[in-house]
Design a protein around this ligand. Sequence first.
Ligand SMILES: NC(=O)c1ccc[n+]([C@@H]2O[C@H](COP(=O)([O-])OP(=O)(O)OC[C@H]3O[C@@H](n4cnc5c(N)ncnc54)[C@H](O)[C@@H]3O)[C@@H](O)[C@H]2O)c1
Length: 283
Amino acid sequence: MKVGVVGAGTMGRGIGQIFAQSGHDVIIIDVSPEALNFARKDIKNSLERLLKKDKIKEAPETILGRIEFLGDIESLKSCAIVIEAVFERIDIKKDTLAKISSFVSEDAVIGSNTSSISIDVLSRSVKRPERFLGIHFFNPVPVMSLVEIVPSEATSREILETTTELLKSVGKDPVFSKNFPGFISNRILMPMIREAILTYEQGIASPSDIDKTFMLGMNHPMGPLKLADFIGLDVCYDIMEVLYRDFGNPSFKPPITLKNLVDSGKLGVKSGRGFYNYKVKKE
Ligand SMILES: NC(=O)c1ccc[n+]([C@@H]2O[C@H](COP(=O)([O-])OP(=O)(O)OC[C@H]3O[C@@H](n4cnc5c(N)ncnc54)[C@H](O)[C@@H]3O)[C@@H](O)[C@H]2O)c1
């Protein structure tokens, strides 16, 4: 089966990788040639790490050989399923989904990896809403087994069932959410990250003490500010904007510190600076 992924960022790379690991042919599309080049390198490194840990049996080159990195959405024609993983901006997603829908075959399934945007709203951009649903993976995709599956009002039962089976076949363990802002995960996670940022903004504690509180006190593997850096501060900002707008509740409003970090290009791990400093992988 051929799988298409649109967006070669943090999530798109991982989504493409897990399907290729399971033997599927994959096309990863991005408008940015740099993103595509980085995706190839990053997937290769990830596969080499997995081989060393004995988590995969095939050679990384063999798995990588199943993935094409392309710039043109038209190449998705032959895909049985296409997963959209572009920026968390409603207009960009609607436009991208409309383009995907105009090129794929009538029988293709289209999924969106949106973290928060209404699946009903997005479903209006595709030609066959009954073959469209939310498929929300978690970062890093090759490591995290969870996937949130979110049908729209129009998603057919058959598509829901076959997509669930496909996701299980590539090692994912699904939960199901109704279409509601932030679904299960981000509705609960984003207010925690927001409060952690406000706790720092108000001078109550340092980032490392805020994170230590959650690691040593609540047994979280990483604290909320480091997690925000891993998700991407721009992604967190965009998700909070959607939740704030859709719930109409100020307790989802993105803090000014988050906006300032994003405006100054401090996006977390991917840019090398966020609440902490990181070695930039892209260099
Ligand atoms: N980062 C996370 O932890 C996480 C987790 C789950 C879901 N998500 C969701 O996944 C989606 C992608 O997030 P990300 O973290 O991978 O973002 P990212 O910024 O790392 O990557 C987005 C990619 O999309 C590409 N892109 C933008 N417009 C495009 C277009 N029109 N056509 C093709 N490519 C395009 C960009 O060039 C970029 O490479 C978002 O909807 C986000 O909410 C993110």
